[in-house]
Design a protein. Structure first.
Ligand SMILES: [Mn+2]
Length: 589
């Protein structure tokens, strides 16, 4: 219809986490739990053997040569800027053999390099054939962008545009143009083509059955999925079209799997008065190309900068105008919870708290009885006990169980493969874990000493961290204040005695969605797009202290911002069913 406007929201699974990483340096500006794209290993290691490493690399180079590509970038990323990556998108791991959860590979005719952070430098030596691949140490060696600028002048560098956000693409494209390097978008993924030729094609993209939420949540469609580990989301795009003349909803189109909605989902959507047309997931790009033509120069398509470059590219060659905002309006709506969601959060925390208490009781008893319990066994016990709670849908992220010195490694997560750390009686034990429940998402950290004999330094730090957590949770705040302004509240008690911690203090939390959900954050530096605190937001509150090679301490609960009475335009936050676990450690400070 001529003159109609199309309004487009892509369902982005994780939004601001990567955005934050791209704009501010590491450390105080990152969450305690990993918040960069993460791939959880599921590939059997024999599939990624050093014996086949040369043939995997050669196969990709052959495809590059056919496409006249001089360099090909393979990030750890999917089409939706997800925090967790599905096996179908684990291309960097397949190509390089590096099984670490994050990194970016680059292949040229003569070189193969993989950038990864310090967690995986040792692992690189074990898993990657260094006669084929060079390790580029993130934060030490030249960045990918610098390396390309210095080494690839007058060439063509290609990327799958679904694996780069528009904002990341623009940054790289601008830098490369200075050296006459063309950044080329090739929609077909060259690694997938190479894999298929080697009869080792990527695993099918999961399209698990959708789960309707029967309550009246504000989320766009009230539907959840399970296509990605820990995140109850599904691979999809959503287009919402508005009729500008009548200012009414024109149509809602969901691009999902083969485009056929199950009867229960169709009925659910109808019951919520949402008439959704379904189309195949893969049709989105062609749809957008023709939509731009259909709308013409008078039409407007609204996108977030966090949409993939592939999405923007499909539209921008057409006549319709693009309205680009740094954050999706859906994300801004989603971070203010409704009463049903908040009630659900509270219920989820009561159940989750039970499972956590039982887990910690179990591990303390085992250790006291002289039974060997490893960090992984504790993680498994926590999942088992959470599983005994009603409507538990799985962990909300990979459990961080750090005994002794492992507690001081900020993004540590014990692995089932390899040597196991036994939890010892003289250990401080840091456990950061969470659950997904039909009613809500949890994220909780507890630190315990296994034999009630902490050192004076441990007592001091434990108490100071607790004081900071309480200060942040109990301060009355003016509406709209930014996360980075209130962050000092969590640090003051530590600063007073010359202590500090090297990660951010809080993140928004999805409602039975991603445990890290922007655009609200409580970090040391300003974050673009922070809308400021408002009533009914849910944040984590997780200060810590880390003595490298010895122990880690972190206390974490989720908080709900509550509107104060009618006297002022102020609000305060309140811990969720806040069990103040004043254990033996801090009472001695
Ligand atoms: Mn957290």
């Amino acid at each position: 219809m001529a003159g109609a406007s199309g309004w487009i929201f892509t369902i982005c699974f994780i939004l601001a986490a990567n955005y934050v990483c791209a704009h501010i340096p590491y450390s105080y500006y990152n969450s305690a739990e990993p918040d960069s794209p993460t791939y959880v290993n599921v590939q059997p290691s024999n599939k990624l053997s050093r014996q086949s490493a040369a043939s995997r690399l050669a196969a990709v180079r052959a495809v590059m040569s056919e496409r006249q590509v001089d360099a090909y970038i393979v990030p750890t990323a999917d089409a939706h800027n997800s925090q967790y990556i599905s096996p179908a998108d684990a291309r960097r791991e397949w190509l390089s053999g590096l099984r670490g959860s994050s990194g970016t590979a680059l292949v040229t005719a003569s070189r193969a390099l993989v950038w990864t952070d310090a967690r995986y430098w040792t692992q690189f030596d074990v898993e990657v054939d260094s006669t084929l691949w060079d390790l580029m140490r993130q934060g030490v060696d030249d960045s990918l962008q610098t390396w390309l600028v210095n080494n690839m002048a007058d060439s063509v560098v290609a990327v799958d545009p679904t694996t780069y956000t528009r904002s990341a693409w623009t940054t790289l494209e601008t830098a490369l143009a200075a050296r006459n390097i063309t950044l080329l978008a090739i929609y077909e993924n060259l690694v997938d083509i190479a894999r298929t030729r080697l009869n080792d094609g990527p695993p099918d993209r999961l399209n698990e059955a959708l789960l309707p939420l029967t309550l009246q949540y504000t989320d766009t469609l009230n539907v959840r999925g399970s296509d990605i580990p820990f995140n109850p989301v599904f691979f999809s795009y959503l287009v919402i079209r508005r009729n500008p003349t009548t200012n009414t909803l024109n149509s809602v189109i969901l691009f999902w799997d083969q485009g056929v909605l199950a009867t229960n989902i169709a009925a659910h959507l109808a019951s919520e008065n949402v008439a959704v047309q379904a189309r195949p997931y893969a049709d989105i790009f062609d749809y957008l190309r023709s939509l731009s033509v259909e709308l013409g120069a008078g039409g407007t398509i609204w996108l977030s900068d966090e949409a993939s470059h592939a999405i923007v590219l499909a539209i921008e060659n057409g006549p319709a105008r693009i309205l680009s905002t740094s954050i999706s309006p859906v994300a801004l709506k989603k971070c203010v919870k409704n009463d049903v969601e908040l009630q659900g959060f509270r219920l989820a925390h009561i159940k989750d708290g039970t499972a956590v208490v039982r887990s910690l009781y179990w591990v303390e008893k085992q250790v006291a009885d002289g039974v060997n319990v490893t960090e992984v066994q504790l993680s498994q016990m926590m999942e088992k006990l959470r599983g005994e709670e009603e409507n538990f849908m799985g962990p909300s992220f990979s459990t961080i169980a750090g005994a002794g010195e492992n507690g001081a490694i900020i993004h540590y997560s014990p692995q089932e493969e390899g040597p196991q750390r036994v939890i010892r009686p003289d250990d401080m034990l840091l456990v950061d874990s969470g659950g997904q429940y039909f009613e809500g998402t949890t994220d909780i950290t507890r630190t315990r000493h296994m034999s009630a004999s902490p050192t004076p330094a441990q007592r001091l730090a434990f108490t100071r961290v607790m004081k900071g957590q309480i200060a942040l949770a109990t301060t009355v705040l003016p509406r709209g204040i930014l996360g980075n302004v209130i962050e000092v509240l969590a640090r003051k008690a530590l600063w007073d005695v010359g202590l500090n911690y090297g990660h951010g203090t809080g993140h928004g939390v999805g409602h039975f969605l991603n445990v890290h959900e922007g655009p609200i954050w409580i970090l040391s530096g300003p974050t673009a797009d922070d809308p400021g605190i408002a009533p009914k937001m849910v944040y984590s509150n997780e200060p810590g202290y880390y003595e490298v090679n010895e122990y880690g301490i972190r206390h974490e609960d989720l908080m709900e911002s509550i509107e104060m009475n009618n006297t002022v335009n102020h609000i305060r936050v309140s811990q969720f069913p806040f069990i103040l676990w004043l254990n033996h450690v801090e009472q001695n400070d």
